[in-house]
Design a protein around this ligand. Sequence first.
Ligand SMILES: [Zn+2]
Length: 320
Amino acid sequence: MLTAASAATGMILPTGMASAQAAPAAPLPAHGGNAGYYRFRVGDISATVLSDGLIGGPSRVYASNAPEAELQDVLRRAFLPTDRMTLNLNTLLIETNGKRVLLEAGAGQTMGPQGGRIFENLAAIGLRPEDIDVVVVSHTHPDHVGNLRTAEGGKAFPRAAVFAPRADWDLFVRNVPDLSYMPVPEDFRRNFAAAIKRSVEPVTNGIELYEAGAEIVTGLTTLPAFGHTPGMANFLVQSGNDQLLLTADLAYHPIVNIDRPWLPGPDRDKDAALASRRRIFDMAAADRLLVLGFHYPFPGLGRMLKTDAGYAWVPINWQF
Ligand SMILES: [Zn+2]
């Protein structure tokens, strides 16, 4: 249900355009041919954003307390559809000290048909799933763990040690979570909870549970960012004087959760999530950190400004 597929195809080819042509236009290639990876460096660490594709859903889900007219206006002024929002899935590969570490596994097909592209983007940079040594997830929502399982039920990254936050594992994997706080239909909640258990099942044996604050490998530290889920972490990648902050799901889309202070509907504890957002956004702004947003427009890199009204998102310029 939370997929932008139908909305997106409707937007790409206006009906007027199609009917003006004598013959139907050739269908767009399934994979539009655009880049799905973006390379940069953090000091001595090689970093690559690997897109897992897109998910999406009703705008209201991502801006739960926005006044309706204001939400419509903000989306219209950003030239976005007003009824649905599309979100990216920006996983990050870091290569450091001979290890390849994937930050977030991505959604796969757990939240709609436009996820699961991480494997073709890995292949595009010459890597196979078995080349990944470590996978670290910020929290256990399906769009962050979906790719841990192959279609056949095996480990998608067969050699990787998988790290997940302990508090999330306790709530979503070891128990039956009460998801009544999520502003989505009951069958969506059921599928969401089932997708988590199904996705992590192949890695349950040997799972490495961490407490936010722990260092996972040299140069990669986790930071507490609780609220969206009980265990959600942010990631700080450091080498020399260079730093990169990954904000996981503190915000879904800069337009509604940074430039405007609206609260994501799926935040389980909205007060704690708001406190985490302010604490980490303040740090990002004060230290002028390079930031990667998992769900921001690809490649999801930019910086956070503190403004009189709150914050503003400033995307980086593309570099070749
Ligand atoms: Zn997410």
